[in-house]
Ligand binder design. Structure first.
Ligand code: FES
Length: 445
């Protein structure tokens, strides 16, 4: 698929006339019955991320993905491929593995059956004592389809689902210039939140909340309504592309150090060389692109090699239906993912992974969601948000500010005072997400 094909499929994400107008009712966030329909008709049919390809370097390396009451593990094979299996022993259902690690084979802790990396049963106690026949070499763990894209390992529970790249289309083509496999996960946290999982997809489908919730952002990512592009694609994915330059509407008071000045200075551009603020914002942004294209190689920014003018400075914030958001930034990629609680629609987990592209000589990297981080693979951490008290290290970061709003919105969804969203044009993607979800729930996909 080329760029022309992508453009031909793109739907204007600021025009509500492209939608049916399905209501976004509160029960979608609060009802156990609705949650059950999501499992039956959507979660069991989409592609899920199990982990990162960097976690599966050697044969026997595996990652575990627990999703609601299901669990799947993905194992690197001797031939370099990756297989995904349900995490359940075929003897009597015991869970086989709990956390990512590396093993030559998988011994069930209950009766000791040993499953090979390829899922085939290698050994069982008293194998001749089975009236239906020796299970060794015959039984195999139930396998799922598994594929990779973007440095992530994906699987689907649906044998009929489209191929991964078709499911994600056109994102693999749109983001082909980013060397995703080289990202180092410098921040890796799962956070328990008291809200429905859809809070995050809604939130990341619009930037209308930014001025209120993230007042620190407009001085360096332009939030003006007419400078962003809002794009949607038939698969349910969408993105908002904003220039990473100061907003001309939201200005910092005179005398305050401007964050854009430091960005310019980092690439040898003198912020004082512009006659006024408007010129600095607009021409400085163009000069920044030129400077990066001129200097990337000597400065070791090898990940810029194939990036275009937009990618080298801007911020396409991308939601991949239904629950994965990836913020593509010039120097790092940030994954946000919410997943439902197994039984309670008022709860979810929020994954925050920051993947930095290494630059020669750098030992620390700046992640806009998690602050400065050492440039090495981070340890996994699982926390309760606890009204912010559980994650002090990301206090006042953009994503923390989002999470601080999550519980309040969930409370409001229970109210008889709420019946549908009253959306601005720039929030069109929020309703689009719900309409695609409805398509799944009602058998139209
Ligand atoms: Fe796994 Fe019995 S349940 S060996």
């Amino acid at each position: 698929m080329g760029r022309q094909d992508i453009d031909a499929l793109m739907i204007d994400g600021r025009n509500a006339a492209n939608l049916r107008g399905d209501p976004i009712t509160g029960e979608r966030y609060t009802s156990p019955e609705f949650m059950k329909r999501e499992w039956d008709h959507m979660w069991t049919r989409i592609w899920h991320i199990a982990g990162r390809t960097a976690e599966l370097e050697e044969a026997g390396d595996y990652v575990v993905h627990d999703f609601m009451n299901e669990s799947v593990f993905c194992v690197k094979q001797e031939d370099g491929s990756i297989k995904a299996f349900y995490n359940s022993c075929r003897h009597r259902g015991m869970r086989l593995v709990w956390d990512a690690s590396s093993q030559d084979s998988f011994q069930c802790p209950y009766h000791g059956w040993i499953w090979g990396k390829d899922g085939v049963l290698e050994k069982a106690q008293d194998p001749e004592d089975f009236p239906q026949g020796n299970p060794c070499g015959k039984l195999k763990l139930k396998e799922l389809r598994c594929a990779t894209w973007g440095g992530f390992v994906w699987y689907t529970m649906d044998d009929e689902a489209p191929e991964l790249l078709d499911f994600l289309s056109p994102m693999p083509e749109l983001y082909k210039n980013y060397p995703m496999d080289t990202g180092v996960r410098v921040f890796w946290m799962k956070i328990d939140l008291e809200t429905n999982w859809k809070f995050a997809t809604d939130n990341f489908s619009e930037s209308y909340h930014t001025r209120t919730a993230h007042p620190q952002v407009p001085p360096w990512i332009d939030q003006d309504v007419d400078t962003a592009r809002h794009e949607m694609w038939p698969g349910g994915h969408g993105r908002t592309v904003q220039p990473m330059r100061p907003s001309l509407s939201d200005r910092l008071p005179e005398g305050v150090q401007h964050p854009f000045d430091m960005i310019l200075q980092a690439w040898d551009i003198d912020p004082e060389s512009y006659p006024d603020f408007e010129t600095k914002a607009m021409q400085g942004w163009l000069d920044l692109k030129a400077a990066k294209k001129r200097l990337w190689q000597e400065r070791g920014y090898v990940h810029y090699e194939n990036m275009d003018d937009e990618e080298i400075t801007d911020s396409p914030h991308t939601v991949m239906f239904p629950n994965v958001t990836i913020s593509f930034l010039p120097d790092n990629v940030i994954l946000f993912r919410t997943e439902p609680h197994p039984t309670d629609p008022n709860k979810c987990t929020f994954d925050l992974w920051c993947m930095a592209f290494p630059v020669a000589g750098q030992t620390m990297v700046e992640s806009i969601m998690a602050g400065p981080q050492p440039l090495h693979e981070a340890e996994f951490q699982h926390r309760a948000f606890d009204n912010g008290r559980g994650v002090p290290e990301i206090k006042d970061q953009i994503v923390y500010q989002d999470m601080m709003l999550a519980e309040g919105q969930q409370r409001g969804m229970h109210s008889r005072g709420y019946d549908d969203a009253y959306l601005s044009g720039q929030e069109t993607r929020v309703r689009f997400f719900h309409e695609v979800l409805n398509d799944y729930l009602e058998g139209r996909r």
